[in-house]
Design a protein around this ligand. Sequence first.
Ligand code: TXA
Ligand code: MG
Length: 319
Amino acid sequence: MEQKTAKLTVDKAGMNRAAELLAAGGLVAFPTETVYGLGADARNDAAVAAIYAAKGRPGFNPLIVHVADLAVAEKYATFSNTARRLAAAFWPGPLSLVLPLRADAGLSERVTAGLDSVAIRVPAHPLGHGLLMAFGGPVAAPSANISGRVSPTTPAHVLDGLDGRIDAVLIGGACDVGVESTILSVVGDTVALLRAGGVTIEQIETLLGAGIRRPADPDTPQSPGQIASHYAPAALIRLNATTPRTDEVLLGFGEHPQAELNLSPRGDLAEAAANLFAMLRRIDAIATTQEASIAVAPIPMQGLGLAINDRLTRAAAPR
Ligand code: TXA
Ligand code: MG
């Protein structure tokens, strides 16, 4: 059944309304520094079920719990010393930690999809953080898009997929990191990368003074959400393209006179990450109108380039 999605302003009244809706079991999209999240009270089974329904998300794919700070996070997960060090260094910020779920956590089982671990993060965005403070509880939030589609970095992207399917969206600005959080599994001192994201592996390895485990085989993902086809635009995508064919429009990186759109003409990875999802949507619309497909220029595999290439590879995956 279609409902009306409230467009909430980010003043005190709007924030309070958003917190009230969450408390009542509603679904509220809100900005984080990575992408817009679709939030619900993580303790409320029906509310969490409604997230899966609104997104068309498979029930086996668990959600990230968003909290205001480390002290609150410790109510839901068991932190090893290594986990605490990572949290101290990178929270608030674009890092999610997958940790042992506490027996007394009281979270809906749908949040963890029945696993004995929970993914948890403290977002840095002032509005996302402000909402968590106003609500005062744990908020389960996947990216606010239809499952399998491109993640949203503006309120318009959220409404594009979810208008009429959710209670409200907080109308903040564009997300400045632009790719989702890095996900690390931390078991004791063993740290493994489950998803490349806004905090780079280089930053993590520098902090720990040691290498971390990388995903071994992309076909057997350790994070249930790392299924191959994801972020799928309508048009086909070819990666590492230096020259577009006549039936392609080029998404550039670095100097590229032939590019239809350019992620970062000066070759800056942070700028490219911030532009990635918005430009994928725009170039998809252009390609679709011209009955063309999309070619993407090579992007270096370092720093934020890992997350960018990960998202592009999934966008280009056979479906
Ligand atoms: O930046 C982000 O992380 C955004 C914003 C909204 O916070 N959220 C986000 O959520 O990207 P989502 O649902 O699109 O991706 C969550 C990922 C999925 O790949 C899921 O499988 C994984 O986290 N995940 C969640 N809980 C897990 C767990 N217990 N063990 C392993 N992976 C888990
Ligand atoms: Mg997502």
